[in-house]
Design a protein. Sequence first.
Length: 165
Amino acid sequence: MVEVRLSAVRVDLQSNTPVLLLAETTGIGRTLPIFVGAPEATAIAFAIQGIVPPRPMTHDLLVEVVSSLGARVERIVITELREKTYYAELHLRQATELVVVSSRPSDAVALAVRTGSPMFVADDLMDTEGIVLPEEEEEEQSNPEELVGEFRQFLDSIRPEDFSS
């Protein structure tokens, strides 16, 4: 497995879709881009900024449920790409038992950001889908307000018809 960090949450200009950029922490500097939904991207952006909504979001609730059950998020793993869909796992530690739960990558990343848990990508997945981005795209989002502003603009511009097939 390749350890990664969330290097940015951006909006792809061509598709007007949020994308997570997961950059390897060591190695040749590959990044795994994963397109996600607007609500999930917003939840991740809020967690990065430390914004606490008046009522808990779904990911905050899940963190509380895991904790209430005496478990913790040990790590998340982006495992594979099948038919243009990424898959992930939550690795939860409950005492001496490891519980592995299937997850969408966006939900897994949202939990990892909230809990400070390490993130990994399967070796073969990073080998086939990882890309090396140009210098300016590798830099972390330095201004959190700018990130949230991008998402607010994105949310203001989408219409229900954008989600129909």
